[in-house]
Write a protein that binds this ligand. Structure first.
Ligand code: GDP
Length: 191
């Protein structure tokens, strides 16, 4: 299932990021229930298991991918569950984040509205060069769709974001999401 270009790697560069080995903090945002944990588990463990929750709080899961130009990108993925109740703490999550993935559920217009709220928050408080991805998840539920593909595309385009629809359930576009983000990261100049 994993494409050759997007293989998970075990080795690291002694934890030292350089031009060829990037390490980035990625924060997940979005309404509860849109599938953030499932996306991470699908990406990191290659599984869809709705009963297994990613640990929340001051911890993260990480996954390294290799790009075609032999650059590796280690994503440190923060699942910001609980941000609804602790909105005042949210800026702590954004701090130092090179990437934000903002997720909604294509069957829930409310979650799409909430995604737009998080985009505005990041535009206010996030790093100015943050890479933002808008993700319409649960794309397998076509018959229940209530947010059109075009609405996602239009909103993302207006806000300079990368857009993709995914399914953590079927694994559709999950690896592509992270690969596309990796391609958009600003590269430090080689020293
Ligand atoms: P979170 O609160 O955003 O972390 O959402 P979860 O990852 O816990 O997922 C919430 C619910 O949505 C679970 O019951 C999952 O089984 C379901 N779910 C997550 N991703 C998908 C998906 O791509 N397709 C479908 N059909 N259900 C999904």
């Amino acid at each position: 299932r994993t494409s050759g270009r997007l293989a998970g790697l075990n080795s690291e560069n002694g934890g030292v990021p350089d031009a060829k080995n990037l390490r980035v903090k990625l924060v997940l945002l979005g309404d509860s229930g849109v599938g953030k944990s499932c996306i991470v588990l699908r990406f990191v463990r290659g599984q869809f298991d709705p009963t297994s929750k990613v640990t929340v709080g001051a911890s993260f899961l990480s996954q390294t991918i290799a790009l075609q130009d032999s650059t590796t990108v280690k994503f440190e993925i923060w699942d910001t569950a609980g941000q609804e109740r602790y909105a005042a703490l949210a800026p702590l999550y954004y701090r130092g984040a090179a990437v934000s993935v903002i997720v909604y559920d294509i069957t829930s217009p409310e979650s799409f509205t909430k995604a737009q709220y998080w985009v505005k928050e990041l535009q206010k408080h996030g790093s100015p060069d943050i890479v933002m991805a808008l993700v319409g998840n649960k794309a397998d539920l076509q018959e229940k769709r209530e947010v059109s593909v075009q609405d996602g595309i239009d909103y993302a385009e207006k806000n300079g974001m990368f857009f993709i629809e995914t399914s953590a359930k079927t694994a559709d576009n999950i690896n592509q999401l992270f690969e596309e983000i990796a391609k958009r990261l600003p590269r430090p100049s080689p020293s």
